[in-house]
Design a protein around this ligand. Structure first.
Ligand code: PLP
Length: 390
């Protein structure tokens, strides 16, 4: 493969029907400093960019669970869950997720993206208002759009605005969508207040715990931490690909919600079941998170070190974000860091809710504190150089 990912010998001389338009779009992205490129992570890089917050993707027990599933079931689930794809491993995973989060029922999907689009398209219709926080992840935005529901956007974490939109509604039903821990800013949603508003307005609060599981509520998520697990007005989604170190997603809530999803969620019905290795790995990771709260504490210790070294005010989230003046400077800082062996996330529009580009820094629970300190000094130096040059 060449650098651009084009196979050698591929016929590239003939003009395709969209070539001029594709070139124009690429040039516009380039001019705005918003062109993205796929790059492999060199083996020698320190990874402060991934979402494997607890380092569980390489935990020996998690790897052994995946290896056992591989030996027993092979590499794929071979069919959708409703055909022959349901394995005991999926049911085991769903039980472990219920144990971890305190929710009564769970349904696994092949990604967090599929879980979010699945639950929203299954719940939405013309008589169901979706009230969406302004900062929710693209998978929730897409799910809301695909659901054909009327959608209203509430100002970020503004409980009074959510209450107002619910009060004014003419639709019979309503679903409020938020993240427990927001993926870019790392801030917590006011879940207790939102749950109360939803209870009063007979709406369902759907909480995406993608960045809450393994991180908030002693690892069991913010919903559990606030005593909201099992409440009839609260349901949640998770991804298995972040703190659980595997791949996949799930929707958790009442048995009636699960039954509805099995019968109506298109990304569940028309999708091959989650791979056995991912299901087994995520189940073991969920068990470890539930039984080892010290792992989450180690993560917070590292997050506090990131925050204090880089002067970030928020210290209680796994995700630490450093604002950078322009997208170009953010890319420059990330590239300089990569050349010095440190990978950090680089978030630019449209992936940032407020249009401010950022370096996104995470430090896994299993990284030695002295190693992290040394790496953070490099980050601080590069950020200083880039700010001066800008
Ligand atoms: C808040 C949030 N929800 C959902 C997802 C999608 O999860 P997955 O990567 O498992 O598809 C992500 C991943 O980036 C996320 O950050």
């Amino acid at each position: 493969m060449s650098e651009t990912g084009t196979a050698p010998g591929a016929c590239s001389e003939q003009a395709g029907p969209l070539d001029a338009w594709l070139r124009d779009r690429r040039e516009r992205r380039e001019e705005a400093g918003l062109r993205r490129r796929l790059r492999t992570l060199p083996g020698r890089c320190v990874d402060l960019a991934s979402n494997d917050y607890l380092g569980l993707s390489r935990d020996p027990g998690v790897v052994a669970a995946a290896a056992g599933a591989l030996a027993e079931h092979g590499t794929g689930a071979r069919a959708s869950r409703l055909v022959t794809g349901t394995l005991g491993l999926h049911e085991h995973l769903e039980r472990e997720l219920c144990e971890l989060t305190g929710q009564p029922a769970a349904l696994a999907f092949s990604s967090g993206y599929a879980a979010n689009t699945g639950v929203l398209t299954a719940l939405g219709d013309a008589d169901t208002l979706i009230v969406s926080d302004a900062h929710v992840h693209a998978s929730l935005v897409d799910g809301a759009r695909l659901s054909r529901s009327p959608v209203k956007i509430a100002r970020h974490s503004d409980v009074a605005h959510v209450a107002q939109l619910l009060e004014e509604r003419s639709e019979a039903r309503a679903v409020v969508i938020v993240e427990s821990v927001y993926s870019v800013w790392g801030d917590h949603a006011p879940l207790a207040e939102l749950a109360e508003v939803c209870r009063a307005q007979d709406a369902l609060l759907l909480v995406d715990e993608a960045h809450g599981i393994g991180v908030a509520g002693r690892g069991r998520g913010l919903v559990h931490g606030l005593g909201l697990a099992g409440s009839p007005h609260v349901a949640m989604t998770v991804t298995l690909s972040k703190a659980l170190g595997a791949q996949g997603g799930a929707v958790l809530g009442s048995p009636a919600l699960r039954e509805h999803l099995v019968n109506t969620a298109r990304p569940f019905i028309f999708d091959t079941a989650l791979a056995p290795t991912s299901a087994a790995a995520a189940a073991e990771a969920a068990r470890i998170v539930r039984t080892s709260p010290e792992l989450t504490e180690a993560l917070h210790q590292r997050a506090r070190l990131v925050a204090s070294t880089l002067g970030i005010p928020r210290a209680d989230a796994a995700v630490q974000s450093v604002p950078v003046a322009t997208p170009e400077l953010a890319v420059r800082a990330a590239e300089l860091l990569r050349s010095r062996g440190v990978a950090v996330g680089c978030f630019r529009p449209p992936s940032v809710p407020d249009g401010i580009s950022r370096l996104r820094i995470t430090a896994p629970a299993n990284m030695e504190l002295h190693e992290l300190s040394a790496v953070l000094e490099v980050v601080r130096e590069v950020l200083g150089d880039v700010a001066q040059a800008g």
